[in-house]
Write a protein that binds this ligand. Structure first.
Ligand code: BES
Ligand code: MG
Ligand code: ZN
Length: 478
């Protein structure tokens, strides 16, 4: 897919306009014609309706696609996104979008940004595992008269990073195991070609030396060794402050001996890691002024002679002992050590992202991400940005009641499973045990929002790429 800035709409390329139910006013040559069609009931201008119109002698362009924007007084960014989602290659391989017609009361720069992100999102296909590939020969031009080229550059970078995140999540385990993810991260750093970027990958021996036995416990059943991926970007060298994004990197989650009855889609259990990598890519490509680290404890959760067992007790990097009640509550074990590692490396601000609990799906469903943490200011800010980006979040509590349950093991300091009730909060309370005094910490549970098995709103099956844009905007605003 290619994006072009257009200085003119002249030529044969089909044009895309947005139009409201009210009087149409988009082009002097077209207004009377289109208003006549509308009055004859031949145009559907309800939100998201697509009308293909031939301009005949009025313009040289082969066709016009008029997308309904509904009523003027109801128009907002969410409506724009709905309309924008209809701009796909199905209309034509080459299109020119007339930006002004989608603006009305909205900010031009924001409109352009949203249209780039939605078109990149709705034209995304994962076909690596199909013998027939869809051709990527869609060319989208944007016509505007202002100097907005920088917006295209920035948001094409972000949109591509989001689609890379989706690619990673959509890849099945036999296309992407721990070693493959390490290679991807190394390759990413090479292609970013930026002196402010570094990568460090720890092998199993190094991880053992650090005493990350909660993380290593999960890896015991695997034929592929655990690896820790640590990416660093110093985009704000005068500033000593940095922020770490910790992503859950379970390449596949069978549940281990606490075997899952249904484990389809568990290739997506590295969604947090893929999200973190997408955020990193976008920040570096757009030179965001932030010092950012990404930490991923990568492994799969499988069964073998050596696999972790229920009743085992492991000692985490911070020396707390954990009773394994369920080997399927593995994400929190890897995240616990990743959070400790981030703090040892000097981070005072941590956001972790994880496909952590089935319980958050029951509570919030597929379109709302669960958010927890110890810093209300950070939480509020992320929630507000999420609303603007149409990636909604909802805060869930960590109560003393659930904290006590996490500490209620008869044989260890902590239990890794507090049972069915408050499952998402139980996982968050467990992670909180690894957050040290003075660390600001936010936890995002994307188990429901990361992977669409039954997509709504015309979205593609599979990975959504959720939270890349919200956290990108958050880091930009810091
Ligand atoms: N990876 C799963 C959570 C999950 C479930 C993600 C469904 C996406 C879709 C996680 O490792 C898990 O198995 N959690 C358990 C925890 C329980 C054993 C305490 C769960 O939620 O059932
Ligand atoms: Mg599990
Ligand atoms: Zn898991």
């Amino acid at each position: 897919m290619e994006f072009i800035t257009k200085v003119s709409i002249e030529g044969k390329t089909p044009l895309v306009y947005g139009a409201f139910n009210e009087n149409i006013d988009i082009h002097p040559n077209l207004n009377d014609y289109l208003n006549d069609l509308k009055n004859d009931g031949l145009l559907d201008l309800s939100l998201g309706a697509v009308n293909k119109i031939y301009p005949f002698d009025k313009l040289e362009n082969k066709a016009l696609f008029i997308i309904g924007l509904g009523d003027k007084n109801n128009y907002d960014y969410e409506k724009l996104e709905k309309a924008g989602s209809k701009i796909t290659k199905k209309l034509n391989k080459e299109l020119i979008v007339v930006l002004d017609s989608f603006c009305h009361n909205l900010n031009k720069e924001e409109v352009l940004k949203k249209l780039i992100l939605t078109t990149l999102s709705y034209n995304y296909h994962y076909d690596e595992t199909k013998s027939k590939k869809t051709q990527d020969d869609f060319s989208l031009g944007f016509y505007f008269t202002e100097n907005l080229h920088h917006v295209i550059e920035e948001y094409v970078n972000l949109g591509m990073a989001i689609n890379n995140t989706r690619d990673l999540i959509n890849k099945p385990y036999n296309y992407l195991n721990t070693n493959d993810l390490v290679n991807y991260a190394q390759e990413l750093v090479n292609t970013l070609k930026n002196d402010s970027v570094e990568i460090e990958v720890l092998n199993k021996e190094k991880i053992e030396k650090l005493g990350m036995n909660a993380f290593l416990g999960v890896n015991k059943g695997s034929s592929i060794d655990a690896r820790l991926i640590h990416l660093k970007y110093y985009g704000d060298k005068e500033n000593a402050e940095k922020i770490s994004i910790v992503g859950k990197g379970l390449m596949f989650d069978t549940g281990g001996y606490s075997l899952k009855q249904k484990m389809n889609t568990m290739k997506s259990d590295m969604g947090g890691a893929a999200t973190a990598l997408g955020i990193f890519e976008a920040c570096v490509n757009n030179n965001v002024k932030v010092n950012l680290e990404v930490i991923i404890c990568a492994t799969d959760n499988r069964i073998s002679q050596d696999a972790l067992l229920p009743d085992d007790v492991v000692t985490a990097m911070n020396k707390k002992t954990i009773e394994i009640v369920s080997t399927d509550a593995e994400g929190r074990l890897t995240l616990a050590d990743a959070i400790t590692y981030a703090q040892r490396k000097g981070s005072k601000k941590i956001i972790d992202i994880a496909t952590l609990t089935g319980a958050v799906i029951v509570a919030l469903g597929e379109y709302t991400t669960g958010i927890f943490g110890n810093d209300q200011e950070m939480i509020d800010k992320i929630c507000n940005i999420g609303s603007k980006e149409n990636e909604h979040l909802w805060q869930l509590p960590i109560t003393d009641y659930i904290r006590e349950k996490v500490r209620s093991s008869k044989v260890a300091d902590l239990t890794n499973s507090t049972g069915r009730s408050m499952g998402a909060s139980g996982a968050a309370a467990f992670l909180e045990e690894f957050v040290e005094e003075g660390t600001k910490w936010v936890h995002l549970d994307i188990a429901g929002t990361c992977f669409r098995s039954q997509p709504a709103y015309n979205e593609a099956y599979g990975a959504s790429g959720v939270m890349v844009k919200t956290l990108y905007e958050y880091l930009k605003s810091m």
